[in-house]
Write a protein that binds this ligand. Structure first.
Ligand code: AMP
Length: 345
C-alpha cells in the first residue's frame, strides 16, 4: 500500500503537499490551529489533523492517527527548531522520511562541525576563544534562529564591545558569552545547493540552488561607504527570504563531490546516513574555493522557489519537479518495490 504524506503547517508544507498530490499520494496536514484558515485557502490537504504546537507530535493520539493513515511524516525546519529532538527520536512511532537521527547533528553546532569535517569539506576554522581573534570572524549567538544578532568582529576588543551591544539588545543573556560559536569569516558569495540522495538509485541529485537574503548585511550595499562609517553599523545576518541562483557550470564538479562526501560521511557517523533532501550552506571565495559552514539534513525553505522545478531539476527530469514532489516520488517508488524501509526511519 502506498503511504500518505503528512507534514506540519509551516516552512515548506505547501510544496510538500502539492508534490505528494502531483504524485497521486494522499496528503495529511498537521495544522496549527491558528493556521487552519490559511492552509484551507490552498486546499492541498486531503485530511487536516489540528495541533496546538509542534510538541503535539509527541502526543500518542496524534501519532495513532498518523499510524492509522499509514503515513510518512516529511520533516522540515520547524521540527528541528522546536528542539526536543531526543524525545522525538525515542518516542515518535510513525515513519519519518529520511534519517531522524541526523536532526540532532544539525541542531548541535559541535556535532554539525564534526560531520562537516568528516565529509572532507573545507570548513571555516572554529576558534576556541575570542582571545584568538586575529582576522575577521563571525560570532554566532547560542539558540539564535536564522542568524539574528550574529556579528562580525576583527579583534578581541571589537568582539567584547559587540557582545555588550547584543546583550543590550536582549539577544544574549548574561553568562552565555562562552556559548558563542566563533568562526573564521569567509569573504565571498554565499550559495545553498539543494541536494537529494536516493538510497534506491544510490545517487546524489542537485535539484536547485538559492541564496538567502539577510538583513542587514545584504542591505549595506545601498549605503555609501562614508555613511556606513559615520553610522557605525553592526551588520547582522537575519534571513528574510531567498533568491534563486544558477551556478557557474565549472563549479558543479565541486558541488557534487561535496554532496557525495557528505552522504558518505553521514553513513559512517549517523546511520543510515543522510537520506532524501539535504542542503550544504557554502561560501565561494575569490579563488573559487568552496567553504561549507552549515548543513540541513532535511528539506530547506529555499526549495520553495522551485515549486515548478529549477533549471537543474529540469535537466534531470524534464518535467516540473520540486523537492516536495521528488520526496513523494521516492516514497511511492520505494513502497512499490517493497523497500520503504530504505527511505524512512
Ligand atoms: P548560519 O546560522 O550558520 O546559517 O549563518 C547565517 C548566515 O551567516 C549565513 O547565511 C551567512 O550569510 C553568514 N555566515 C555564516 N557563517 C559564515 C562564515 N564562516 N563566513 C561568512 N559568513 C558566514
Amino acid at each position: 500500500m502506498i503511504p500518505a504524506v503528512a507534514t506540519i503547517s509551516s516552512h515548506s508544507a505547501l510544496q510538500i503537499l502539492k508534490g505528494a498530490r502531483d504524485e497521486g499520494l494522499r496528503t495529511i496536514l498537521l495544522c496549527l490551529r491558528e493556521r487552519e484558515e490559511l492552509y484551507a485557502r490552498f486546499n492541498l490537504a486531503d485530511r487536516v489533523i489540528p495541533i496546538n504546537s509542534v510538541e503535539d507530535l509527541l502526543d500518542k493520539k496524534v501519532q495513532s492517527e498518523l499510524l492509522k493513515e499509514n503515513s510518512v511524516l516529511v520533516p522540515h525546519g520547524t521540527l528541528i527548531s522546536g528542539g526536543k529532538l531526543e524525545e522525538f527520536e525515542r518516542s515518535f512511532e510513525p515513519k519519518v522520511l529520511g534519517n531522524k537521527y541526523i536532526f540532532r547533528w544539525e541542531y548541535d553546532r559541535n556535532l554539525k562541525d564534526k560531520l562537516l569535517q568528516e565529509s572532507g569539506l573545507n570548513v571555516p576554522r572554529k576558534l576556541k576563544s575570542h582571545t584568538e581573534i586575529s582576522g575577521p570572524v563571525i560570532a554566532k549567538l547560542p539558540g539564535a534562529e536564522g542568524g539574528r544578532g550574529y556579528f562580525i568582529a576583527k579583534s578581541p576588543k571589537d568582539f567584547e564591545e559587540k557582545v555588550i551591544a547584543v546583550r543590550k539588545k536582549g539577544l544574549l543573556k548574561k553568562g552565555e558569552e562562552d556559548k558563542i560559536f566563533i568562526q573564521e569569516y569567509i569573504i565571498g558569495v554565499t550559495l545553498y545547493p539543494h541536494y537529494f540522495y536516493s538510497p534506491l538509485s544510490h545517487k546524489v541529485e542537485l535539484l536547485g540552488c538559492d541564496r538567502r537574503y539577510e538583513t542587514s548585511i545584504d542591505g549595506l550595499g545601498r549605503i555609501g561607504a562614508k555613511d556606513q562609517l559615520d553610522l557605525d553599523i553592526i551588520p547582522t545576518f537575519r534571513v528574510i527570504g531567498n533568491t534563486p541562483m544558477v551556478l557557474r557550470e565549472s563549479l558543479l564538479m565541486d558541488i557534487f563531490s561535496s554532496g557525495d562526501g557528505f552522504v558518505a560521511a553521514s553513513k559512517r557517523l549517523v546511520k543510515p546516513g543522510s537520506v532524501g533532501p539535504f542542503c550544504l550552506e557554502m561560501i565561494c571565495d575569490e579563488e573559487g574555493k568552496l567553504f561549507t559552514f552549515e548543513f540541513s539534513g532535511r528539506i530547506v525553505a529555499g526549495t520553495n522557489l522551485f515549486i515548478s522545478g529549477s533549471p537543474y531539476s529540469d535537466l534531470i527530469f524534464g518535467e516540473p519537479m520540486s523537492m516536495g514532489r521528488r520526496i513523494a516520488r521516492e516514497i511511492k517508488k520505494a513502497a512499490e518495490l517493497g523497500e520503504l524501509d530504505k527511505v524512512v526511519t
